[in-house]
Structure formats: structure tokens, C-alpha cells
Design a protein around this ligand. Sequence first.
Ligand code: RB5
Length: 143
Amino acid sequence: MKIGICSDHAGLEYKTRLIAYLLGKGHEVVNFGTDSPESCDYPDYAHLLGAALDKGEVDAGIALCGTGNGMVMTLNRHPSVRACLAWNVEVARLTKEHNDANVLVMPARFVSYRMAVMMVRAWMETKFAGGRHQRRIDKIALH
Ligand code: RB5
């Protein structure tokens, strides 16, 4: 898979480690920043990942900030994005099975790195269940 990844300063350390993890698993990774520990604004990086998903330049995304909420709020402004916040393995699994999330967002200040890796693995291994969940996803869009 070609995976886009982004963070703000709060998620930088986990992002750096996750890039190495994903490359080790044979994925292609596109890093949208930040690459500096200086305080920065999460929308600047979330929009880069969202635009890449809208253009089909990456297959899926991973995003990290302190709470994850800024990333989720920004990413979901992009029409092709379904970004979900996860904080444990079961929630990460359900973001794919029920919500067909194409971006997994994690709160770097509130989960361990080990938990972040386990969530990424669960999210990537899970398939969307379809059926009633597809009907619910279809109702999300404003008409
Ligand atoms: C940065 O201090 C923090 O506000 C940011 O990482 C994130 O939690 C925002 O949603």
C-alpha cells in the first residue's frame, strides 16, 4: 500500500517511528510533515494529506497530533476522507470494519507508541464489513 502520513510537533516522534515500521513491512510511505519539533499548526499538514487522498496520490493515511482531534476535524473537510480517531486496538479495528476509515488518527499524547503500532496493525488488517455499515456511511454526506 501507498500510505500518506502526517503529524504536528506532538505526533512527530511516533510518526518518525511509524514510518520506519511501515517501510519495514514493505509499504510505500509518503511523509507530509512536520519534520521539526518546533510548535506548528496541525491543519497545515492535515490538508496536505487530505489533498493527496482527494487526488488519489496515496491509498490511505495515518495522522497524529496531541489529542488527534485537530487532525480528524481538518482531514474530514476533504471529500474523499473518512478520518477516525482511535485510542485502543478494538476502536482502531472498528474504524475500518464499521466506518471504512481511510485515515487512522491517533492521540500521540494519550497512547503509548506500542499501542499506536498495534492500532496501525489492526486497522490495516481489518476489512470493511459493508452491508448496513455502507448504508450508514452513505447517509453521512450532506445533500
Ligand atoms: C498541540 O499542542 C495540540 O493542540 C495538538 O497537537 C492537537 O492536540 C490538536 O488537536
